[in-house]
Design a protein around this ligand. Structure first.
Ligand SMILES: NC(=O)c1ccc[n+]([C@@H]2O[C@H](COP(=O)([O-])OP(=O)(O)OC[C@H]3O[C@@H](n4cnc5c(N)ncnc54)[C@H](O)[C@@H]3O)[C@@H](O)[C@H]2O)c1
Length: 318
């Protein structure tokens, strides 16, 4: 199968691309290597597979509708994993225009090219952040999710909604996967698992909001990639599906696990959480289990141990 992956040099996209190539799929990859974080990390992400015979890599911006259309015209992918986006809840504050341009207009460009060239299955990377100010726990897909706390989740909710239009008008199979705090090797430097590890090692200060009383449902990268591939293989009409672990972890405990791995205490400051941060994320994963045979395998303790091994091999040695 030919699968087009956007955001293919990023944390999740590069792991997905590498896994698809190992499975024998043909991959058409798009990424513009933007500088949201150091593009050298993205180059390093793709280095292990960039010369693979079944890979076509385009250094391209999804905001360029004509260029995206040309890539689709040439390869006519059967399935799309659309991961290319600006992530980061707090970074999106004050940047609603940028998030609208990349995460909404860029998504429409990819959807439009997919429609015009007959893509059968479109998988969209959404986020647990769309649950925003919900009071319903665990988070369940039937929640209206109309209370996003920042431009980032608002832009992802918009992507889910426009996906319905393409399903309705063009019978496109559109699956939005709501990822819950994904972590581990290649993990983003702006996210807590890497940041906490790195700052403990360097003896730098770490902001732990609300004295570590917030909870996050951390999900190991391999479990997420398994869920994406299952979605790429299944025409499901229009679906929104949580991909989490279903076991929220207190942030204070999370930091303690990393302290134990590193063998050093963190230098913590404990400011109140900003208004963009939900107190808890907690996935109901019944739908993923049913529709995608999703069954997350890696506990937070095991996953963070793997992160620590990777950090020592790839980051500390530099
Ligand atoms: N990591 C998480 O915990 C998490 C949680 C929820 C949702 N998501 C979503 O999953 C997807 C992948 O996230 P990630 O953690 O791998 O982030 P990432 O930043 O590592 O990857 C995103 C990639 O998209 C690329 N990109 C951004 N704008 C682009 C553009 N205009 N044209 C082409 N490429 C562009 C970036 O260069 C980057 O390589 C994103 O859509 C993100 O919103 C991630």
């Amino acid at each position: 199968m030919t699968i087009l992956v956007t955001g293919a040099a990023g944390f999740i996209g590069s792991t997905l691309t590498e896994t698809l190539l190992k499975h024998g799929d043909k991959v058409v990859a798009i990424d513009n290597f933007n500088d949201y974080y150091d593009p050298a990390r993205k180059r390093a992400n793709v280095a292990p597979f960039q010369n693979h015979a079944n890979l076509q890599f385009y250094e391209q911006d999804i905001c360029d509708a004509d260029a995206v259309r040309q890539i689709f015209d040439k390869h006519k992918p059967q399935a799309v994993a659309h991961l290319g986006a600006y992530g980061g809840v707090r970074y999106s504050i004050g940047r609603a225009g940028l998030y609208t341009e990349v995460n909404i207009v860029g998504t429409v460009n990819v959807l439009e090219a997919a429609r015009q060239t007959g893509t059968e299955i479109f998988v969209f990377a959404s986020t647990s952040s769309v649950y925003g100010h919900t009071t319903q726990l665990p988070f369940i897909e039937t929640d209206p999710c109309n209370l996003p706390l920042a431009p980032y989740p608002a832009s992802k909710k918009a992507g889910e909604v426009i996906g319905y239009t393409y399903h309705n008008l063009h019978q496109m199979n559109f699956t939005a996967l709501r990822f819950f705090s994904v972590y581990c090797p290649r993990g983003r430097p702006d996210m807590m698992p890497f940041m906490v590890t790195d700052r403990i090692v360097k003896g730098e200060e770490i902001k732990l909001f609300d004295a570590g009383q917030m909870k996050r449902d951390w999900t190991y990268i391999n479990d997420i990639v398994g869920g994406i591939i299952a979605a790429l293989e299944r025409p499901l009409g229009y679906q929104i599906i949580n991909l989490g672990r279903g076991e929220p972890v207190l942030m204070a405990d999370f930091v303690e696990i990393i302290e134990d791995l590193v063998g050093q205490k963190a230098a913590l400051t404990t400011p109140p959480a900003p208004a963009s941060e939900p107190k808890i994320t907690f996935a109901n994963i019944d739908k993923a289990r049913k529709l995608l045979a999703y069954n997350p395998q890696t506990s937070v303790v095991d996953g963070l141990s793997k992160l620590w091994v990777w950090y020592r091999q790839k980051v500390m040695v530099k």
